[in-house]
Design a protein around this ligand. Structure first.
Ligand code: SF4
Length: 313
């Protein structure tokens, strides 16, 4: 297979709708007013998952991971069935969530078919989360205790867990290393907030951090977190742009390598390989940021975090 084949990690942003209003969100998909629907019909989503599963893998690769994101993917009523479908087709499955709807019952529904749960946690400080817009319509963010309980519940159900943290001007001075080290996660992705025209222009001046500020956040956490056996994955803006294969809520590939989203034709109209060829993807950058990490081979048993310890953070 060619180096520009669909990579072994694909993100499917199922929906536009989200119950949070994060100011740095680069997945609002609001820039084209002609595309008002929040997601495709159920049957079309299932066909997109099938297309992802059927696309050839690069020589030497054995499995593909499909990450369901949004918006907030748990707002898609048939997410559990869609994840089950992906799993049945041999994909490694991951859901990225803001955590607000991850009740024990919901996690129990997902657990038999979900390999990885990623929770987006930018701060453990509730006023900071409010300032970032990481809260519900009543202005209520999740507490550190709530985040810890979601991760603990997921680990008890046998899921591998991951945290995504976006470093921005409101949280870059924090030290959450104790929480991360005790959280039981296998992987911690730390991203530098990224300006994307048409997605987060309104607030980006409030949030932008320099590379030095981002690196200082990473340095403050790295030793403690890695000593706990957690794989820390720092991604400055220069590593993010062009290094992800992403599908939007209208079933098109998109990339932001030029600073704003550029979209392919719909996958279900032109086929997955033709659609992917219409966007920019940098295989070298993908590999350099660890995108080729084998999520299926990592069989490290999930650890059970000490909830009492986490709750004291
Ligand atoms: S929770 Fe995620 S999708 Fe929702 S607004 Fe925040 S960053 Fe965007």
């Amino acid at each position: 297979m060619q180096a520009n084949s669909l990579p072994e990690a694909v993100n499917y942003h199922l929906n536009k709708n989200c119950n949070f209003r994060c100011k740095g969100c680069y997945a609002t998909f609001d820039e084209d007013p002609s595309l008002r629907s929040v997601m495709l019909p159920r049957e079309q989503m299932f066909r997109i998952v099938e297309a992802v599963a059927s696309a050839p893998l690069l020589t030497g690769k054995t499995v593909r991971k499909l990450t369901f994101a949004g918006g907030e993917p748990t707002l898609c009523p048939w997410l559990p069935e869609l994840v089950a479908h992906a799993k049945s087709l041999g994909l490694v499955t991951m859901v990225v969530t803001n955590g607000s709807r991850c009740t024990p019952d919901y996690l129990r529904r997902l657990a038999p078919v979900l390999d990885w749960l990623t929770v987006s946690i930018d701060s453990l400080d509730e006023p900071t989360n409010r300032a970032m817009g990481r809260h519900d319509s009543k202005g209520q963010p999740l507490s550190a205790d709530a985040y810890a309980r979601i991760l603990a519940e997921a680990a008890l159900l046998g899921l591998r867990t991951k945290i995504n943290t976006v470093v921005n001007r409101l949280n870059h001075c924090e030290d959450i290393s104790t929480f991360i080290a005790d959280s039981g996660i296998a992987r911690w992705k730390v991203l530098q907030v990224m300006p994307v025209e048409g997605q987060n222009d309104a607030h980006i001046d409030l949030l932008t951090v320099s590379r030095a500020m981002f690196d200082a956040f990473v340095d403050r956490h790295q030793v403690r977190v890695e000593a706990a056996g957690i794989r820390m994955v720092p991604e400055p803006v220069t590593s993010i742009r062009g290094s992800y294969a992403m599908i939007d809520p209208h079933g098109r590939f998109f990339d932001s390598s030029a600073g704003s989203h550029r979209y392919s034709q719909p996958i279900l109209e032109v086929g997955i390989e033709a659609a992917f060829a219409q966007v920019s993807f940098d295989r070298t950058a993908f590999e350099e940021r660890g995108g080729s990490y084998d999520f299926a081979v990592d069989q490290t048993p999930p650890t059970s975090p000490d909830i009492r310890q986490i709750a004291c953070v």
